[in-house]
Write a protein that binds this ligand. Structure first.
Ligand code: ATP
Ligand code: MG
Length: 628
C-alpha cells in the first residue's frame, strides 16, 4: 500500500501542487490564477480565474486524434437498436442540440431540465447545455409528476427537454402526460418544451410551448456553435440526491474542478486510457450516469456505452453480451443489479468472451461480502467497491488500481481516494476515532475538486446540512457510519439514521444484514429498528430468498428463521438478534436501488409510510404489510 498511501498523503499535504498538476489533463482556454480559494469556509473554489468548458473537453478536444473512433455506443434492448456514434458524429449531434437550444433562447446561466430515458439525446443535450454554459438538471425518467414538479420549482428551467415515452421490459412508459401534469402542479412555467418523438406513445403538443426536436435538428445538423468559456467555478449542473432519507437536495457542481477530478479518476480509479471502452449501467438521471456514463469517459477520450434496458432481458447474460460485443474494458454497475443476476443460472456468466474486461466496479449501496465474492469468482475478475455520494461526484473510498494494485477485501471499499481527507469522527465529542472504532465518515474541508459547490440557491442549507454535525468542528458529514480496521481498510456500516439502539447498544443495520446474507438461502435482506417499549428499539429483518419455493416445505419457515437468528447471534451478539425474520419476494427500494428503510419502519410501527414518490415498486410495501 506504499504507493497509494504516499499518493494520498501528497494530495492532502501539498493539495495545491497536487491539483495544479492534475489540472494539466484538460484544456484551459484561459489559465487559472489561483489553484484554491478557501477564504470563505466551507466554500471551496478551485482553479480560480481559469476558463474552460466541459463540452469542449469531452468532444472537440478529441476530434483531431479520435474523430473516427466510437465515442458513444448506444444499446437498447427495449427497442432492439444499437447505434455507434463516433466522436465526429457526437460533435454533430451536440452542435445541433446546442443550436436548437440557442434558437429557443437558451443563454449562459439558464437552466434546462432534461427528463429523458436512456437515449443518446440525453447525453447530446447535457453536452449541448455545457457548450452554451446553460445549467442542466437531469431528472430521472422514472420519476412521477410530483417529483418532477418539485424539481421544476426548484431549478426554474427556461426549457424542458423530454420525449413521448421510455420503455421498460419492452413496454412503453409514457413521459409526456407526466410532464404535462408536473408543469400544471409546479408554480414555474417553462417557456418551451422540446420533445424527442420516439414514436412509442401518442403525444399531445401544447401550441406555442411544445416543439418536436426532429425538424429543428434537421435544420441545425451542420451548425457549429461556439463554445462559451466559463470561469471554473460557474455552475455546470444541478442534480438532486436520491431522496432516500427525505427531501432531495439540489447538488450544484462547478466546471473546471469537475472536469479535472473526473479525468483523473478515469485513470487512477478506473484504470482507463484514451481509446478504452467504459460501460456504466447506471441511468443518466443519477450521479453515476452524469460522471461515468457521460462526462468521465468522454473527458478522458474513452468511449462510453449507454444502455437502455434491464440486466435480465432478454436474459441475464445481456451485460456480458455487451461487454463482449464492444470489447468493454471496465464495467460499472450497482450491487442491486448483481443480486438480481445471482438468482439466475450461473452458466449465463460464462457464455461470453470477457477477455477485454479488466475490472468491475460497484457502487450506490453496500456491497455485501457474499455478492462481491460470488461475482468475482463467477467472472474471475477483480470486483471493486466504490463508496461515494451525489454530493461528491466521484469516489471517496475505492481501490485505485491506476495508482497501485492492492488486494481488495470483500465488504470494504478499500481506502480513501487522493484528494479526500476522510476521517471517522465520534459524533458526541467531534474527535477522530481510533482503529476499529465506529463513527461518522466525514471529510475534512475543503472538499476536493469535483465535489458539490453548494446546494442550488441555498448556501445556508448547504452549511447546515453537511457541516454542522460535530461539536466545535466544521467538517463535512457523509451521514454514513464507518470504521477503519488495523490494516487501513475502510468499512461503511450504514446510514447514521439507520442505526438502531437496542437496550443501549448501538447497532448498524448494515452489519446485521451482512449476517443475514451469509445464510446460503438468502439473496438479500433489509434490517430495520422498530420501536419497542422495553428495549427502546429492536431489530426486525426482512429476507428475500434465492428460491422462495423452499418455504413450501413443511416447517421450512421456522427452520430458516431459527438458522438465520443463530448466525446473527454468532456474528453480532444476542442483542442484535431480530425479534422476527420475515420472508418477502421483494424489498421496497428507491428507483436508484436503495432500500427504503424509513417506509419499512413506519409499516412495522403501524404508521403511514410517508412520501413514497421515489419507490420503484409499490407492491413491495404490500408484501411487507402481508408479512407482518
Ligand atoms: P438522500 O441523500 O437524498 O437521502 P441518497 O443518500 O440515497 O439520497 P445518493 O447520493 O445517491 O443519495 O447516495 C449516496 C449514499 O449511498 C451514500 O451516502 C451511502 O449511504 C450509500 N452508498 C453509496 N455507495 C456505497 C457503497 N459502496 N457502500 C455503502 N454505501 C454506499
Ligand atoms: Mg445522501
Amino acid at each position: 500500500m506504499q504507493k497509494i498511501r504516499e499518493f494520498h498523503r501528497q494530495s492532502i499535504q501539498d493539495r495545491e501542487a497536487f491539483w495544479a498538476q492534475e489540472a494539466q489533463r484538460i484544456h484551459w482556454e484561459t489559465p487559472f490564477t489561483q489553484v484554491l480559494d478557501y477564504s470563505r469556509p466551507p466554500f471551496a473554489r478551485w482553479f480560480v480565474g481559469g476558463r474552460t468548458n466541459l463540452c469542449y473537453n469531452a468532444v472537440d478536444r478529441w476530434l483531431d486524434t479520435r474523430g473516427d473512433q466510437p465515442a458513444l455506443i448506444w444499446v437498447s434492448t427495449e427497442v432492439d437498436q444499437e447505434i455507434v456514434y463516433t466522436r465526429a458524429d457526437l460533435a454533430r449531434e451536440v452542435n445541433a442540440a446546442a443550436a436548437t437550444l440557442q434558437e429557443l433562447g437558451v443563454v449562459q446561466g439558464d437552466r434546462v431540465l432534461i427528463y429523458l430515458p436512456m437515449i443518446p439525446q440525453a447525453a447530446f443535450f447535457m453536452l449541448a447545455c455545457a457548450r452554451l454554459g446553460a445549467i442542466h438538471s437531469v431528472v430521472f425518467g422514472g420519476f412521477a409528476a410530483h417529483n418532477l414538479a418539485q424539481r421544476i420549482d426548484d431549478a426554474q428551467p427556461r426549457v424542458i427537454v423530454s420525449t413521448d415515452a421510455g420503455s421498460r421490459g419492452g413496454r412503453p412508459i409514457a413521459y409526456k402526460p407526466l410532464l404535462d401534469q408536473a408543469i400544471v402542479q409546479s408554480s414555474h412555467a417553462p417557456e418551451r418544451v422540446l420533445l424527442v418523438n420516439r414514436g412509442l406513445a401518442p403525444m399531445d403538443l401544447t401550441p406555442g410551448r411544445d416543439l418536436e426536436y426532429a425538424p429543428l435538428r434537421a435544420r441545425h445538423l451542420d451548425a457549429q456553435v461556439p463554445v462559451v468559456w466559463l470561469e471554473s467555478n460557474e455552475p455546470s449542473y444541478i442534480l438532486y440526491t436520491s431522496g432516500t432519507t427525505g427531501n432531495p437536495k439540489g447538488v450544484q457542481r462547478d466546471v473546471g474542478g469537475y472536469a479535472v477530478a473526473l479525468c483523473a479518476s478515469m485513470e487512477y480509479i478506473y484504470g482507463g486510457k484514451p481509446g478504452d471502452v467504459y460501460f456504466s449501467s447506471s441511468d443518466v438521471g443519477w450521479v453515476v450516469g452524469h460522471s461515468y456514463v457521460v462526462y468521465g469517459p468522454l473527458l478522458n477520450g474513452q468511449a462510453t456505452v449507454m444502455y437502455e434496458g434491464t440486466p435480465v432481458r432478454p436474459d441475464a447474460a445481456i451485460l456480458w453480451r455487451i461487454v463482449e460485443t464492444y470489447r468493454v474494458n471496465a464495467l460499472f454497475s450497482a450491487p442491486t443489479a448483481i443480486r438480481v443476476l445471482k438468482k439466475h443460472d450461473p452458466a449465463l456468466l460464462s457464455r461470453h468472451d470477457l477477455s477485454s474486461l479488466e475490472r468491475i466496479y460497484l457502487a450506490g449501496e453496500p456491497l455485501d461480502e457474499l455478492t462481491g465474492q460470488w461475482l468475482s469468482e463467477a467472472l474471475d475478475k477483480p470486483v471493486i467497491d466504490n463508496y461515494w455520494q451525489t454530493e461528491t461526484g466521484w469516489p471517496i473510498l475505492s481501490a485505485q488500481p491506476g495508482v497501485e494494485e492492492v488486494p481488495t477485501r470483500f465488504g470494504s471499499p478499500s481506502f480513501p481516494v487522493y484528494g479526500y481527507d476522510v476521517r471517522v469522527i465520534d459524533e458526541s465529542t467531534g474527535r477522530d476515532c481510533g482503529p476499529n472504532q465506529k463513527g461518522v465518515v466525514a471529510i475534512e474541508p475543503p472538499l476536493p475538486p469535483g465535489a458539490m459547490s453548494t446546494i442550488w440557491g441555498n448556501d445556508e442549507r448547504f452549511v447546515r446540512t453537511y457541516f454542522e454535525s460535530f461539536p466545535g468542528r466544521l467538517c463535512y458529514s457523509t451521514s454514513d457510519w464507518g470504521l477503519v480496521d488495523d490494516d487501513g481498510y475502510w468499512y461503511i456500516l450504514g446510514r447514521t439514521d439507520d442505526v438502531i439502539n437496542v437496550a443501549g447498544h448501538r447497532l448498524g443495520t448494515r452489519e446485521i444484514e451482512e449476517s443475514v446474507n451469509t445464510h446460503p438461502a438468502v439473496a438479500e435482506s433489509a434490517v430495520v429498528g422498530v420501536a419497542d417499549s422495553l428495549k427502546g428499539q429492536e431489530a426486525m429483518a426482512f429476507a428475500v430468498l434465492r428460491t422462495p419455493d423452499v418455504l413450501d416445505e413443511p416447517g421450512a419457515r421456522d427452520r430458516l428463521e431459527a438458522e438465520i437468528k443463530r448466525v446473527i447471534e454468532q456474528r453480532n451478539g444476542a442483542v442484535a438478534r431480530p425479534a422476527r425474520i420475515l420472508f418477502v419476494n421483494t424489498l421496497p427500494k428507491t428507483r436508484s436501488g436503495k432500500v427504503l428503510r424509513r417506509a419499512i419502519v413506519a409499516l412495522c410501527e403501524g404508521r403511514d409510510p410517508g412520501d413514497l414518490t421515489t419507490i420503484e415498486d409499490p407492491g413491495a410495501l404490500d408484501q411487507i404489510r402481508a408479512a407482518l
